[in-house]
Design a protein around this ligand. Structure first.
Ligand SMILES: *[C@@H]1O[C@H](CO)[C@@H](O)[C@H](O)[C@H]1NC(C)=O
Ligand SMILES: *[C@@H]1O[C@H](CO)[C@@H](O)[C@H](O)[C@H]1NC(C)=O
Ligand SMILES: *[C@@H]1O[C@H](CO)[C@@H](O)[C@H](O)[C@H]1NC(C)=O
Ligand SMILES: *[C@@H]1O[C@H](CO)[C@@H](O)[C@H](O)[C@H]1NC(C)=O
Ligand SMILES: *[C@@H]1O[C@H](CO)[C@@H](O)[C@H](O)[C@H]1NC(C)=O
Ligand SMILES: [Cu+2]
Length: 179
């Protein structure tokens, strides 16, 4: 009984560790970061990412020059800041995508949102059928950026790891309820 419990706890801890490694940090805008860079820059950036539950958005910007405001879709569409959901002003801002569905962000400093400093992401539940990013692709380095920047983390979550993690949880649960 005691041994089974220990094993179950060990397996659960292992599963938790795997789960943690599954969450990906997305550096918003790659090496450009969070500031206006053309009307479709952040939409293009987002199109090259896969956002999964519990992934983290990292907004990197200069304090008092930009901020991050969570908006609803209507206000996001017309860059309207009358009804802010939440405001984050101290960089780097880390936002955990803690539900599936759409999230809307914009900078409320005058003109920035209309200049394209706005980001919509659509968070999907884990999907094993998703294609892996092409090997060697520098998908995250924005056009026009110069210098040698290490490619930001791609979506490191692999279907195998997730399956393995689920399996561990299942085994641990089976052990816990066996006695
Ligand atoms: C992904 O990034 C590459 C390189 O920056 C770019 O050429 C391509 O258009 C992007 N894809 C999408 C769907 O935006
Ligand atoms: C944020 O930007 C600064 C200056 O560009 C850079 O030094 C720093 O590494 C960036 N941090 C992240 C998390 O990208
Ligand atoms: C933006 O749209 C919202 C919802 O449709 C509306 O309440 C708001 O007045 C609009 N703001 C501007 C500046 O157009
Ligand atoms: C997600 O986090 C925000 C705070 O950042 C919180 O207000 C919200 O309730 C959370 N949503 C879920 C589904 O946990
Ligand atoms: C977000 O993803 C969901 C599920 O994949 C989809 O039904 C929805 O239309 C997407 N929303 C947008 C704005 O693309
Ligand atoms: Cu700004």
């Amino acid at each position: 009984m005691a041994n089974s419990m220990n094993l179950a706890i060990l397996l659960l801890a292992l599963a938790a560790m795997l789960q943690t490694t599954l969450a990906t940090d997305h550096i918003v805008g790659g090496s450009i970061g969070w500031h206006p860079n053309g009307p479709t820059f952040f939409a293009d950036w987002a199109a090259n990412q896969t956002f999964r539950l519990n992934d983290v958005l990292v907004f990197n910007f200069t304090e008092f020059v930009h901020d991050v405001v969570v908006l609803n879709k209507e206000n996001f569409d017309n860059c309207s800041f009358g009804k802010k959901v939440e405001t984050f002003s101290t960089p780097p801002v880390r936002i955990t995508l803690n539900r599936t569905g759409e999230f809307y962000f914009a900078c409320e400093y005058t003109g920035h949102c209309t200049l394209g400093q706005k980001l919509a992401v659509n968070v999907s539940a884990f999907s094993p059928s998703e294609p892996a990013p092409a090997p060697g692709s520098s998908a995250n380095s924005p056009p026009g950026s110069t210098g040698t920047t290490a490619p930001p983390p791609q979506n490191a979550a692999t279907p195998l790891a997730a399956t393995f993690s689920l399996l561990l949880i299942a085994i641990a649960t089976a052990f816990l309820f066996q006695f």
